[in-house]
Design a protein around this ligand. Structure first.
Ligand code: GAF
Length: 369
């Protein structure tokens, strides 16, 4: 049976959190961890999804494919099935299909295991069915799977990073125009490590908290009379704060407005090779997520605090929040000691032990064979 195999990466977001659905800016990098999707045609009009990390494969009659079809047990397969559904919604003719996935992005850690899955399947299907979709269309299809089929109201950064990622580059993403500028991020040349601590505090984007933050931002934009919070700049911050009638809305909006500014400032530093100097912006981003956007948890705050005490130039939570991973920009010689210190601090509080590793900026979605 002839088939095709594509690999799509997870991502770390260097800075620019919860800005994507506000039409703002973010600065993600694709990471070496990812998902491989191997697809082949089936004669029967069914979709089979199997995963090396899961038990029983899921089988769906193509005629039945619709959001809400998969129960809790099969929910993991929804990210793959959702891509097939999104293509049908765009008018593509469905054919019998077997999808086999194998991934090494830790799930629920805020590193976009779901986008890696969606993007690997979208790219492989584009190839298998010879659909001729552009990379931007792949991003859109993967995002439609997540928003329309899985039902997670996410903003599109993750799929953009997974498809367009480049080695030793971060992507400055303008989430209004969806334009992407690759910016140099050569950690080795700068003598730095990007340490990731998976705090193991679980995060879930389909639960209400992410959607709640998104609604608050939309409400703040409406009160300010702008299309999206992207339209409020740092110069307008004080005036905007005065016009919002509620303290929670003021905090949510302040995070997004200042975060957009920090993201652009970070890209400016990287363009001139000042990688180390981005540290204070990362740490300020964390404080804003903790105090204004209120999406951090004690495990994440503790990891940031310990890493800064161990010489990190900057540290912050990455991803949607309410748990997940912390990143820290460090000298390689200090990273190991920092990771051990975080473990010790977690043990002292009876938290689940974290897992640490370093990442570099890796290639985006590509064909394996
Ligand atoms: C999650 C979402 F999927 C992204 O769209 C983005 O909003 C991110 O959280 C927060 O920056 O990864």
């Amino acid at each position: 049976m002839s088939g095709t195999s594509w690999r799509a990466p997870g991502r770390v977001n260097l800075i620019g959190e919860h800005t994507d659905y506000n039409d703002g800016f973010c600065l993600p990098l694709a990471i070496p961890q990812g998902c491989t999707a191997t697809l082949s045609a089936l004669d029967e009009p069914v979709l089979e999804v199997a995963s090396a990390q899961r038990g029983k494969p899921v089988e769906i009659a193509l005629a039945d494919l619709r959001p809400g079809l998969l129960g809790e047990d099969g929910a993991w397969a929804g990210y793959a099935a959702g891509v097939v559904w999104a293509l049908a919604e765009r008018g593509h003719q469905l054919r019998g299909l077997s999808i086999s996935i194998d991934g090494d992005v830790p799930g629920g850690a805020g590193l976009s295991s779901s986008a890696a899955l969606e993007c690997s399947v979208a790219a492989a299907l584009n190839d298998l069915w010879d659909l001729g979709l552009t990379r931007s269309e792949l991003v859109a299809v993967a995002r439609e799977a997540e928003n329309g089929f899985v039902g997670a109201p996410t903003g599109g950064m993750d799929q953009l990073a997974s498809v367009l990622g480049e080695q030793d580059r971060v992507l400055l993403c303008d989430m209004r125009s969806l334009s992407v500028e690759p910016v140099s991020f050569d950690l080795e040349a700068a003598g730095l490590t990007l340490l990731v601590i998976d705090t193991k505090a679980p995060h879930q984007l389909t639960d209400g908290l992410y959607g709640e933050r998104r609604s608050a931002c939309e409400q703040a934009a409406r009160q300010l009379g702008v299309n999206a919070l992207r339209d409020v700049t740092l110069e307008d911050l004080a005036e905007a704060m005065g016009r919002l009638d509620d303290e929670t809305l003021r905090k949510r909006a302040r995070h997004v407005i200042t975060e957009n500014d920090r993201t652009l400032a970070c890209a400016d530093l990287l363009r001139t090779g000042q990688l180390r100097q981005t540290g204070p912006l990362l740490t300020a981003s964390h404080a804003s997520m903790r105090d204004d956007f209120e999406i951090t948890v004690p495990e994440v705050d503790l990891a940031v605090e310990v890493l800064l005490a161990f010489g990190a130039f900057g540290a912050r939570m990455t991803g949607g929040g309410f748990g997940g991973c912390v990143i820290a920009l460090m000298e390689p010689a200090r990273a190991r000691a920092g990771a051990i210190a975080v473990e010790a601090a977690f043990a002292g509080r009876d938290y689940t032990l974290p897992v640490s590793f370093s990442v570099t900026a890796a290639q985006g979605t590509h064909k394996l064979h």
